[in-house]
Unconditional design. Structure first.
Length: 453
């Protein structure tokens, strides 16, 4: 890599790392937040999903903004907004105030991910692009796992409030390096799809509300039925609108005509749904059921951090040589076995015999999967559509996590216990296996040039 490429890669990693770190660091702090500000599992789900809801529903619009105003400018706005809301979260006086701030924080986070990945796609080509994506995947994937470690330390030693200040340093560093990145040209004719963004946000909000609140109200509640049906109708209206007014759609459905893009997003839906359920429940279960400290619960997933860091760049490079299909199939199947091994977990978890084997196998499967998946989804898309294509894939991943966390309460019930945890692990294994099956059926290895759609 030359100097320009190194700077772009570091900026892209830092920007995405901030968004992903904040999405995971809060998990280990949820019991402490609930204890101080009130609320049970429902409040904990909302603290996570308020962020994911804004991130997932607006990330497509952010992809259009990236293509319209340029990646560097959008990254700057997102980083500044993220930093301000992070500071405000540290002084939240109530759970409602914190949930609202988390939603605003998700809006800022939506600006970071598509622009950062689009920078990589427009700066690197060929095998170098595969290696760069592997490095980006390793570092941003580590954010999902290292978050509980940092958060656990702060919760135990100081306060849960400081977990939201973790990203201030990488934000400042990224803003400094961003000044060295040349502003990218943007294609003429790009428009903002405000109606589509509204339909998507409102529809997802209705579905998420019904799933999270269902354990308290019950499926027979008119409130739950109204929000669920209304949300589904609005999501359907969003898809219809995007198809009907394709010239100004923020979700260009023509992208799904590209086979690997379509199949890769289907795999993303299953894999990231399973990942979200597992990472959400494991750290909560260890603290609330088994009595682990926040730091000990964070260390439980340390093997995933280590394997992701060392193996993801290698599997990204191997995918560029041998094609992504085999890695995207074997990886999820392996991860699913890891989740089934967690069925041995009891109410008093013996980490090394009950949890560690499953974590290790899951980590190996995830390390095998993520970099080839990212590469497969974007490799056939031309540079003009790189911003919106990466936004679509990240939106699928965030929405998958959003709905999965909301569904967690339905799976485990109002109180987390060993039977509920076991049911969740079975569902998690099924979801990641679905991702592997979608990859085997849909992904094709080839050396074609990007289609330019």
């Amino acid at each position: 890599m030359d100097r320009k490429q190194r700077i772009v890669l570091v900026v892209s990693i830092l920007a995405s790392f901030v968004a992903f770190l904040d999405g995971s660091v809060v998990n280990v702090a949820l019991p402490a937040i609930s204890h101080e500000l009130g609320g049970g599992l429902v409040t904990q789900e909302w603290v996570v999903d308020a962020y994911l809801l804004a991130l997932g529903s607006l990330i497509l619009l952010a992809g259009s903004l990236s293509d319209l105003f340029g990646r560097r400018r959008i990254l700057e706005v997102g980083l500044v907004g993220f930093g301000i809301t992070s500071i405000l979260c540290t002084v939240a006086p109530s759970s409602l105030f914190l949930i609202i701030l988390r939603a605003i924080q998700g809006m800022a986070g939506a600006l970071l991910v598509p622009s950062s990945l689009a920078l990589i796609m427009s700066t690197f080509t060929g095998r170098a692009q595969g290696k760069a994506i592997g490095s980006w995947t390793a570092w941003t994937g580590i954010a999902f796992i290292v978050g509980p470690l940092l958060g656990g330390f702060l919760v135990d030693s100081v306060s849960w409030r400081l977990v939201f200040a973790i990203n201030i340093v990488p934000i400042m560093l990224c803003l400094g390096l961003l000044r060295l990145v040349v502003q990218t040209e943007h294609p003429a004719g790009t428009r903002l799809d405000v109606i589509g963004a509204s339909l998507c946000s409102l529809g997802l909000s209705g579905v998420v509300f019904s799933l999270i609140e269902q354990p308290d109200y019950g499926w027979g509640s008119p409130l739950i039925v109204s929000f669920l049906c209304g949300g589904i109708l609005l999501v359907g209206g969003f898809i219809w609108y995007e198809h009907r007014y394709s010239s100004r759609a923020m979700l260009p459905l023509l992208l799904f005509r590209v086979r690997n893009f379509s199949a890769g997003n289907m795999a993303t839906l299953g894999i990231y749904s399973g990942l979200a359920i597992a990472t959400f429940l494991v750290v909560i279960y260890l603290q609330q059921v088994s009595g682990y400290s926040a730091l000990a619960a964070g260390f439980a997933l340390l093997p995933v951090t280590i394997l992701m860091f060392f193996l993801s760049p290698r599997f990204g490079a191997l995918s560029a040589v041998y094609g992504p299909r085999v890695f995207m199939t074997i990886g999820p199947l392996t991860a699913g076995v890891g989740f089934l091994l967690m069925l041995r977990v009891s109410s008093h978890v013996q980490y090394w015999t009950e949890l560690f084997p499953g974590v290790l196998v899951f980590a190996l499967g995830l390390s095998t999967t993520v970099a080839p998946l990212t590469s497969a989804v974007l490799s056939d898309i031309g540079p003009v559509r790189a911003g919106i294509a990466s936004a679509v894939n990240n939106a699928v991943a965030r929405i998958a996590g959003l709905l999965a966390v909301a569904l967690a309460g339905v799976i485990v019930g109002p109180h987390l216990d060993p039977p509920g945890f076991h049911r969740a692990m079975v569902v998690t294994a099924a979801l990641v296996w679905f991702g592997g099956l979608a990859s085997w059926i849909g992904i094709r290895n080839h050396k074609d040039t990007p289609t330019g759609v």
